[in-house]
Structures are given as C-alpha cells and as structure tokens.
Design a protein around this ligand. Structure first.
Ligand SMILES: Nc1ncnc2c1ncn2[C@@H]1O[C@H](COP(=O)(O)OP(=O)(O)O)[C@@H](O)[C@H]1O
Ligand SMILES: [Mg+2]
Length: 312
C-alpha cells in the first residue's frame, strides 16, 4: 500500500460496467454500406438512445447485436460475451422489441405471453399481467385483431416480462398513443433504477431527450457523436410562435434568457428559444395569447449547433 492512499479515504471508486460493446461493427448489404465501423459502449444502468433518421442503420445494428444477421466485419459483446458465439446464453439476459412485431395471429395475447413465459427462465407472470394493465392492453384479444400499436404493446411486454439485464428496443414508442408513451417512459426509468440497462433506437430527439442518459447519433451508417443528454439540452432550441393581437416590444423578448431571433410575423411574434421555456411563458402570461406553435429543429440542426458551439 502506498503512503498516500490513506490520506484520501473518502474518494469513492465508481466502477463502470460495460454491458454492451461494439468494435468496428460493420454491415454491407449488396450495394449498400448500412453500418460502418461502429464503436460504442453502453454502461450498466443507463438508458442509451440510439438516434438517427430512417435508413441510418439502427435496425441493422440491433439485428447484428441479436445475431439475426452477421456482420461483414467487426464484433460485438453483450455482458462480456461475444454476440455470435454466445447468442443463446445472451438471449436469457436480453429482452428485445423488434422493429416489426410478428407473433402468432391465431393466439390471444394471454396465450402468446403464457407460451413465451414458459420458455423464458425468470419470467414473472404477475409482472407480465401488471404490464398489460399499465399499458392498457386487453390480453383476451386475438393477435390478428390487434392494431399495430397493440401488437407493439404485446411485443413490449414479452421483452420486459423476464426482467432482463439488458433491453434492446427498436423504436419502442412507434404507434403508442401519448399517454401510453408516458407509461413506457415510467417503465424505462423503473428499469434503470433497478440497475438494469436499456438500449433503444429512435428517430425523435425530443423522446430520447425525455428519458435517455446518453445518446449516440447515427447517420448513413456512421456514428456521428455520443453525447450526454444534459450537454445537448444546453443547445436544444425551438422556434416558438405566439399568436397574439397584443402590442409587443421585440426588445422585451430578446432580453429574456435563451431567447433570440425575435421577429414580428403575421398574427404574432416568432422567436428562437434555447433551454427552459419558463421565462418566455412568464412573459407571455402578461399578454393575450390565442395560440402557441412550437417547432423543433431537425436533428442535423441541433448537432450543427452543438458542434458549431464546441469548435467554432
Ligand atoms: N436486407 C437488406 N438488404 C439491403 N439493404 C438493406 C437491408 N436492410 C436494410 N437495408 C438498407 O440499409 C440501410 C439501413 O437500414 P436500417 O438499418 O433498417 O435503418 P433504420 O433502422 O435506421 O431506419 C437502409 O438504406 C436500408 O434500405
Ligand atoms: Mg429501423
């Protein structure tokens, strides 16, 4: 033992456990490079958002992780195991919601879940039922009669019901109505609070921002950046349009924290707001506002702003 070690007894060592890692993971389809040397590490207990527009390569990555397709180059590990050599062992610890849920049409929801529950060590039937209740899914319906959203709910329950250490979810909120989306976000937070890990793909920044700790941005098969959401939030701006007939003074709005590019437009006022909307709402409360429109910038714009601020 070194003499210095006792001098700082209060320093806590935080040991990060990597749950999912890819090393130069690459997939060429005939005539298409869908994933290009992906290097990524997801830590235990985080909700990691894998964000990118349609066609970016998100589902390809997920299929590679689950060993449903084979990489052209590179490799991946889940819980320290190679995803190709140990895919069966890995499946016990992973819950997966694919992009398209295909379950048995001639069975009811409850029959599907009972069947899958019997196959999965660690399946908790009471938990499965409570998930159905929270997601408002009627399990007595035939799968063939479920709407797309309800099919995805069933897919979600089967992914969660054995309480896996890692969840890999491909655009999980697609087709869920806003209230059910909130329930989904609550579930993800509960899973994180239990020290479990979530890897989810999305093409919606605001959603990733709501629940994720970190985000990786994928574009045309290339990982553009990995950032903590807290950092991105600092540059996350929106265009706000207030419809009002009240007179207003542009300088009063420009003076608010985070507000810029204030402009009078037909029927009201338009401005760019970075960070919290609270100062704007407090000021808007003093005039008559008929309507408000909030336009989110595209992902590209957010990142251009972020990297512009960092490097320029
Ligand atoms: N089986 C396939 N054969 C050929 N090209 C494919 C195949 N699957 C996906 N692609 C192409 O690879 C790219 C990435 O697709 P995908 O991983 O599904 O993107 P995302 O899930 O981000 O929308 C797209 O250009 C898509 O058209
Ligand atoms: Mg996809």
């Amino acid at each position: 033992m070194h003499a210095g070690e006792n001098a700082q007894p209060c320093i806590k060592m935080q040991i990060m456990t990597i749950i999912l890692e890819t090393i130069n993971l690459t997939k060429h389809y005939p005539g298409k490079l869908a994933l290009d040397h992906l290097n990524l590490a997801v830590q235990q207990g985080e909700i990691f958002g894998y964000l990118g527009p349609n066609g970016a390569g998100k589902s390809t990555t997920i299929r590679l992780l689950l060993d449903l397709i084979r990489p052209t180059e590179g490799q991946a590990q889940i819980l320290g195991m190679d995803t190709r050599r140990h895919s069966v062992a890995i499946k016990r610890h992973v819950g997966n919601l694919p992009a398209e849920v295909r379950l048995w049409d001639h069975l009811t929801g409850v029959q599907v879940l009972r069947y899958l529950c019997g196959l999965r060590p660690g399946c908790d039937w009471d938990y499965a039922c409570s998930l159905a209740e929270r997601l408002q899914l009627d399990l007595s319906t035939l799968v063939s009669d479920y709407s797309t959203g309800n099919r995805r709910k069933l897919g979600l329950i089967q992914a969660l019901m054995h309480r896996p250490a890692l969840l890999i979810l491909d655009e999980p909120t697609t087709g869920l109505d806003p209230l059910v989306q909130q329930t989904f976000y609550d579930l993800m937070r509960e899973i994180r609070n239990e020290g479990r890990t979530v890897f989810l793909s999305s093409h919606v920044l605001s959603e990733v921002e709501t629940i994720c700790d970190r985000v990786g941005i994928l574009r045309e098969g290339r990982l553009q950046a990995i950032e903590r959401i807290a950092n991105l939030k600092q540059v996350h701006y929106r265009w706000i349009m207030l419809r009002t007939t009240s007179p207003f003074n542009a300088a009063d709005w420009t003076a608010l924290p985070g507000v810029s590019d204030v402009k009078a437009v037909t029927g009201g006022i338009r401005m760019r707001v970075t960070g919290s909307l609270d100062p704007l709402f407090k000021q808007a409360a003093q005039i008559t506002v008929q309507d408000i429109r909030i336009d989110e910038p595209g992902l590209e714009d957010i990142f251009l702003t972020y990297y512009g601020d960092q490097h320029g």
